[in-house]
Design a protein around this ligand. Structure first.
Ligand SMILES: Nc1ncnc2c1ncn2[C@@H]1O[C@H](COP(=O)(O)OP(=O)(O)OP(=O)(O)O)[C@@H](O)[C@H]1O
Ligand SMILES: [Mg+2]
Length: 266
């Protein structure tokens, strides 16, 4: 079944009040951000989407796919589930190696030419991590950023999931600007829970959460998108500095001033 659209019908906030936003429609290719302070219900909202909530979660929200209740096959067969959720706290129970994990997943998803698929995943993941992933190491040995990068690449490439939910990937220490550039090449519905202005300002919409409720749904204006591009440039400078310091360089004020002078940000 081809996914064209998801709809979220508002329910109730933590205090039992009705949500101000009563409907959100997401079409294929849309990028949505969910913003709000810690504890405001961002993860709960993304989980409602991942569970195809049907008034059976604390928020009592309802989620439709293509204007109808999600088909049973989505709920029962993990290989057909159209949603991939990259959670805030990744932990692996299995001590399988990276290669075995990817190979098993590719087999479950019935992907041909598994070696090529696995090579693509590692290539994608390694472009957004600091240090490359060693395929012989076990999944439990990966760093937080490496495991998140691998799961994102896995969801996009093996899972081929049309809907990808990502919970605060910026905290994993992956190269976010690069990750956004790469993800944008895929036609999917992306939902990012995020505190990062690069993601929010390059999204099509953002939902503002408060007290467990969807408080507002804002369409990103062209002006905000322009600001987002400048923020991304600003961030590239910070990332550049971070990488140089991480690799053991010493910084000089004179040099820093030169970098700032070369930067045209207004
Ligand atoms: N609509 C709701 N009704 C009842 N409980 C809710 C609702 N929304 C969120 N909660 C509960 O409130 C708590 C905080 O929510 P949540 O973990 O989603 O916050 P968060 O915005 O993701 O915070 P953080 O930024 O720290 O990750 C959780 O225990 C969650 O189950
Ligand atoms: Mg959260």
């Amino acid at each position: 079944m081809e996914i064209r659209k998801i709809t979220i019908f508002g329910g109730y906030g933590r205090g039992g009040e009705k949500e101000r936003v009563d409907q959100v429609d997401l079409e294929m290719g849309d990028l949505l951000s969910i913003v709000g302070p810690t504890g405001s219900g961002k993860t709960a909202l993304i989980n409602d989407i991942g569970l195809f909530a049907d008034e059976n979660t604390p928020s009592r929200r309802r989620v439709l796919i293509n204007d109808a209740a999600p088909a049973e096959e989505f709920l029962d067969d993990p290989a057909r589930n159209p949603i991939a959720l990259i959670t805030q706290h990744t932990g692996f129970l299995s001590d399988a190696t990276v290669a075995a994990f990817l190979d098993t997943h590719a087999r479950i998803r019935k992907r041909g030419n598994r070696d090529a698929v696995i090579a693509d995943i590692l290539d994608f993941a390694n472009q957004i991590t600091g240090e490359p992933i060693i395929t012989g190491s076990s999944m439990t040995e990966l760093s937080g950023g490496q495991s998140r990068a691998l799961l994102i690449a896995d969801a996009v490439i093996i899972g081929n999931s049309p809907i990808i939910l990502l919970d605060e990937i910026e905290n994993a220490g992956i190269n976010l600007t690069r990750a956004l550039e790469m993800l944008r090449k895929y036609e999917k519905i992306f939902v990012f829970v995020t505190h990062d202005p690069r993601i929010t300002l390059s999204s099509d919409y953002r939902i503002v959460m408060k007290g467990g409720a969807m408080q507002d749904a804002i369409t990103t204006s062209p002006e905000e998108k322009r600001i987002g591009e400048k923020v991304t440039e600003l961030d590239k400078i910070i990332v550049g500095l971070r990488d140089r310091i991480s690799s053991g360089e010493r910084m000089l004020e004179k040099e820093f001033r030169a970098i700032m002078d070369m930067t045209w940000l207004t």
